[in-house]
Design a binder for this molecule. Structure first.
Ligand code: NAP
Length: 360
């Protein structure tokens, strides 16, 4: 099947996930307009500048901030597709969740979509949401068939103090659908990934996914981990899903992106650490829920999160992504070991992520 070449805007292009989206779009021959917060921040954008050299006249970089109205207008000009990934991703509770999470997620999405409404060339928007926009806590899913989350769910929580990141993703997605339904020129596809892992294209260590892997490898979880299930997925598969959602005319609605649900201990047992000299850093076992609950505030977790998520299995139905987007998920062992190799090769084994926390 021949796929039309598109001009695609990618927001937050220097991010962990978006960098792979940009790479795959360029690999497929599309033209990419990529927004970053600061072009002068070489540490964040150098790999994008390298892409621009490797794909002459195919990648243009623009500065834009989620909080500035009209900030995306120039970068969006002439684009047929907008892939909106930019949104702050912190799992620990920030000091000011409204300012640090909700405002950029919600106002940022509305700003980007206001530019879409003004840009008549845009026909499709792909929004990066999350599985956390589909359910509140794992305990709420315990009555569902096989403890499985479906794409039809909407996280009912409207308390910013409870899982503020999940709240930010939920209300941003719902507001986006509200705007989309008011017109008929552009349609929208939302992507709902689980916890993303896999190699990063930049040496940044401040993405939460990278921080969590670094925590596994630097001994932060050595004494033990909670019995907590994560719906895991490879960053390359999530990026491929964004590209398919951007170009396949029949793509529609919401797509869960999860390869497999695993407990934190199961994840650590997949790690191959030969030659890295860090085998003693991995979790020794699982810690009793009561103990986790007691220490939660001191390790960046919320007690109500522990109560409703630890010891509750949770699974995700990602069948639509396989059937309609053609995603063939990588095995988690490949995802985690490719990620570990990249972290070691980039000298980040002992990096401080600056964004600790396991909640959500
Ligand atoms: P990331 O590397 O931290 O990417 C977040 C991006 O958002 C960065 O490029 C960041 O810009 C940008 N951003 C934040 N605040 C901004 C602002 N005020 N103005 C403009 N840009 C801003 O994290 P990621 O994991 O790739 O996350 C990408 C998307 O995937 C997010 O929407 C996240 O919610 C979603 N998601 C992630 C996971 C996961 O496990 N990683 C799972 C589900 C959904 P800078 O580059 O300047 O910092």
């Amino acid at each position: 099947m021949t796929i039309l070449e598109h001009k695609v805007l990618v927001t937050g292009a220097a991010g962990y996930l978006a960098s792979w989206v940009v790479k795959y779009l360029l690999d497929e021959g599309h033209t990419v307009h990529a927004t970053v917060r600061a072009l002068s921040d070489r540490k964040k954008v150098q790999h994008l500048l390298d892409f621009a050299e490797r794909f002459p006249n195919k990648l243009s970089l623009f500065e834009a901030d989620l909080l500035d109205e009209g900030s995306f207008d120039q970068a969006m000009s002439g684009c047929s597709v907008v892939i909106h990934t930019a949104s702050p991703y912190y799992l620990d509770k920030p000091k000011d969740p409204q300012a640090q999470l909700v405002q950029p997620a919600l106002s940022g999405t509305l700003n980007v979509l206001a530019s879409v409404n003004k840009t008549t060339t845009v026909k499709r928007v792909v929004l990066t949401s999350s599985i956390v926009a589909l359910y509140n806590d794992a305990c709420d899913v315990s009555d569902a068939t096989n403890h499985t989350v479906q794409e039809s769910g909407i996280n009912p929580n409207r308390d910013i103090g409870h899982n503020p990141y999940a709240y930010s993703k939920t209300i941003a997605e719902q507001a986006a659908w509200g705007m989309q339904k008011k017109q008929s020129r552009w349609d929208m596809v939302t992507i709902h990934p689980g916890a993303i892992f896999g190699p990063s294209l930049s040496k940044r260590a401040d993405a939460t996914s990278i921080g969590m892997m670094v925590q596994f490898l630097n001994g932060s979880f050595r004494t033990g981990v909670p019995r907590l299930w994560l719906g895991t997925v490879d960053v390359r598969d999530v990026a491929a899903a964004h590209v398919r959602a951007a170009v396949l005319p029949m793509a529609h609605g919401r797509y869960i992106l999860v390869a497999q649900s695993l407990t934190l201990l199961e994840i650590s047992k997949l790690f191959r650490l030969d030659g890295l000299g860090i085998k003693d850093k991995l979790p020794k076992g699982e810690v009793y829920k009561m103990l986790i609950w007691l220490i939660a505030p001191y390790v960046g977790m919320q007690r109500d999160y522990v109560s409703c998520n630890v010891n509750f299995p949770i699974y995700f139905d990602s069948e639509r992504s396989k059937q309609e987007l053609g995603i063939r998920y990588r095995q988690p062992a490949e995802t985690f070991n490719d990620h570990i190799r990249q972290i070691a090769d980039d000298g980040l084994l002992h990096a401080h992520s600056g964004k600790p926390g396991l909640a959500t």
